[in-house]
Design a protein around this ligand. Structure first.
Ligand code: ATP
Length: 358
């Protein structure tokens, strides 16, 4: 059998005195892919990354790269490159000297080093700054230089821990797109740790959602978004309306006292089971009460608008239905004259809702 190409984490657990922070994690990162570890603060994603890097040893479990067991290979022999949130560029060196650091250690001659540095500066879209001091660079430029310095090593694995979180929102958004395009061009096997679901969805081929040291779900970003495995994933990856529901039969549930049709009730869920219905804000439909006749109101939740927010590129409504607040998001101009305190009906389209075990 040929070896799996890429990184394999097998049954890794890490316990500190305070408890278990990585709990029996197994996952594969195929060669050339970018995988994001996504989860809230304290879920264990940094500890898992540090174990992969070799900066921390696992309490149990093993790591393989291209089928080779690297569990006990010391950090300096793994040939993994790392970029962290708190950058560690050498402040007294120029941009070129920073990037060429690993090339010099490898004994590359001066002319080849220069050529490689210029190539990498082109790649990170910062040509012509080779001789600048790194202290004069902006936050975004520094981060790009750190990435170039890491790439210069030609690492087997590229590990990034919240690399963009110190940047302001606009620059972070820009850098996410750049980092993704760079990784697609170079096809370096990469793991990026983030708590920002938007960043994960921008950058990743696959997302590993973590909570309490455990993997909650692994999948392509849009699959995770569309088909969350549980309540935690539904609320952490994007926004979701989560509603308690009782299953009535194969096609209907009762939510907030109303009978609603649902087309995705999984087989095997018994009648009367308590479940959670998860509906994304953009999937909800808002109907004016005066525009809905008695028959047409079936399958909707009556409510009252409590908040309207027009952000220009989208409009958000909050609607109180039987004491439960639902969020609805629509295109600009979708509800031109909807007002606070207006009575509406919220339709949850039968095929858009995901049914989760409670
Ligand atoms: P953050 O985004 O805040 O860094 P995280 O998901 O990356 O969060 P970790 O940094 O992996 O989480 O930490 C997970 C838990 O492990 C935390 O409760 C942390 O306090 C604990 N922890 C991490 N390192 C150690 C250590 N060396 N000794 C004891 N506990 C630790």
């Amino acid at each position: 059998m040929s070896a799996f190409l890429g990184l394999e984490v097998r049954d890794v657990t890490k316990s500190f005195q305070g408890g278990t922070v990585v709990d029996n994690v197994s996952l594969k990162v195929p060669q050339g892919q970018l995988v994001c570890f996504l989860g809230p603060s304290g879920c264990g994603k940094t500890t898992l990354l540090r174990i992969i890097a070799g900066l921390e040893s696992a309490s149990s479990g093993r790591l393989f790269v291209d089928g080779r067991d690297v569990t006990n290979v010391p950090v300096e022999q793994r040939n993994f490159a790392m970029v962290f949130q708190s950058l560690a560029l050498f402040p007294h060196l120029s941009v070129a000297e920073n990037i060429a650091y690993s090339l010099r250690l490898r004994g590359m001659d001066r002319a080849s080093r220069q050529a490689r540095v210029n190539e990498l500066l082109d790649l990170i879209k910062l040509p012509g700054i080779a001789h600048q001091s790194v202290e004069k660079l902006s936050g975004g430029q520094r981060q790009r230089v750190a990435i170039a310095r890491a790439i210069a090593q030609e690492p087997l694995l590229f590990l990034l821990d919240e690399p963009l979180s110190a940047l302001d929102a606009k620059l972070r958004d820009h850098m996410q797109v750049e980092l993704r395009m760079l990784q697609q061009k170079l096809k370096i096997t990469t793991i990026l740790v983030t708590h920002d679901q938007r960043e994960a969805m921008t950058i990743a081929d696959r997302i590993v959602v973590m909570a309490n040291g455990k993997i909650q779900q692994v999948g392509a970003p849009i699959d995770v978004y569309r088909n969350p495995a549980n309540r935690f994933v539904a609320s952490f990856v994007g926004q979701s309306n989560l509603l308690d529901a009782d299953v009535l039969n194969d096609t209907h549930v009762r939510v907030l006292g109303e009978v609603l049709p649902m087309s995705k009730i999984p087989r095997g869920i018994s009648r009367n089971a308590r479940v959670t219905v998860s509906v994304r804000p953009e999937d909800t439909r808002i109907e004016r009460v005066d525009a809905v006749d008695a028959a047409g109101s079936n399958g909707t939740l009556p409510g009252e608008v409590t908040f309207v927010r027009d952000l220009g590129d989208l409009v958000e409504l909050r609607v109180a239905c039987q004491g439960k607040e639902l969020i609805s998001v629509g295109a600009p101009g979708q509800w031109p004259d909807i007002r606070h305190a207006e009575r509406v009906r919220v339709r949850l389209p039968a095929d858009a809702a995901t049914i989760l075990a409670s």
